[in-house]
Write a protein that binds this ligand. Structure first.
Ligand SMILES: [Mg+2]
Length: 249
């Protein structure tokens, strides 16, 4: 299922999660493309094949879907419904240990913030792509200045997190996609997460992998044995450590 757990030698200060297919089991943008899945997927494939830059595909996909404010709100509810097991408990435990927890996502900002709120992650620790609506709630474009809507953008945002005023190194990043892998050189540890979708090229390039569809399985990969012992002694967090032991036994 996963690689043999090997914990970090020293505690991570910052834990960065991807959203789609990592904290949640859906891809938010594709979830909106009901009836137009083939067109949206074709655009995604053209980006992956290098025929179109991500920045062109990003806008073209949204232009096809033209999500309303209500559609975007619905993605937030779907992210929450499809959050992976132990997502909220893991975030709570990481905060208990004094870590900074952030989400860096190429998804749309309002629904990623809704999931973050559900998981107890402050809005200020969420970076995703802004979206605009007119006064009637119709789609009016996305934040074309967001680095997260173009190739290499996650790398830029994670660099700012690692080097900014609030930086708490070392940093661990957990994600499933090629854009997550792009940011790996900035991280002390990159964990390829395949609990939802296992992307072979990302797995092959990662030192640490996890293919368990439960975020408790990350506990031994992101916490030192001392930190795990500290959680195990806490009435609020002991269940998470027990779940992790069961999953990785
Ligand atoms: Mg993802």
């Amino acid at each position: 299922m996963s690689s043999r757990p090997h914990g970090p030698a020293r505690p991570f200060g910052t834990v960065v999660f991807d959203c789609d297919s990592t904290l949640s089991s859906i891809e938010g943008i594709e979830d909106l493309a009901v009836g137009r899945e083939d067109e949206v997927r074709a655009l995604t494939d053209r980006a992956m094949n290098g025929e179109l830059p991500l920045e062109d595909v990003y806008g073209a996909r949204l232009e096809l879907i033209r999500p309303t404010a209500a559609d975007v709100e619905r993605i937030g509810a779907r992210y929450i419904e499809t959050a992976l097991p132990h997502a909220a408990q893991l975030v709570s435990a990481l905060h208990h240990l004094g870590k900074r927890v952030a989400i860096v996502s190429g998804g749309l900002l309002p629904p990623v913030r809704a999931l973050a709120a559900h998981l107890g992650i402050p809005a200020a620790e969420v970076d995703a792509v802004g979206v605009f609506f007119d006064s009637a709630g119709a789609y009016a474009g996305f934040d074309t200045d967001s680095p997260l809507a173009r190739a290499g953008g996650k790398l830029e945002v994670v660099r700012a997190l690692a080097e900014g005023e609030d930086a708490r190194p070392p940093l661990v990043l957990i994600g499933d996609g090629a854009t997550d892998l792009e940011a790996a050189p900035l991280c002390e540890r990159f964990i390829a997460f395949g609990g939802v979708v296992r992307r072979e090229q990302v797995f092959a390039a990662a030192d640490v992998t996890c293919a368990v569809p439960d975020l408790a399985a990350l506990v031994p990969l992101i916490l030192t044995s001392e930190e795990q012992a500290h959680l195990a002694a806490s009435i609020d967090h002991a269940a998470l450590v027990r779940a992790a032991e069961t999953l990785t036994a």
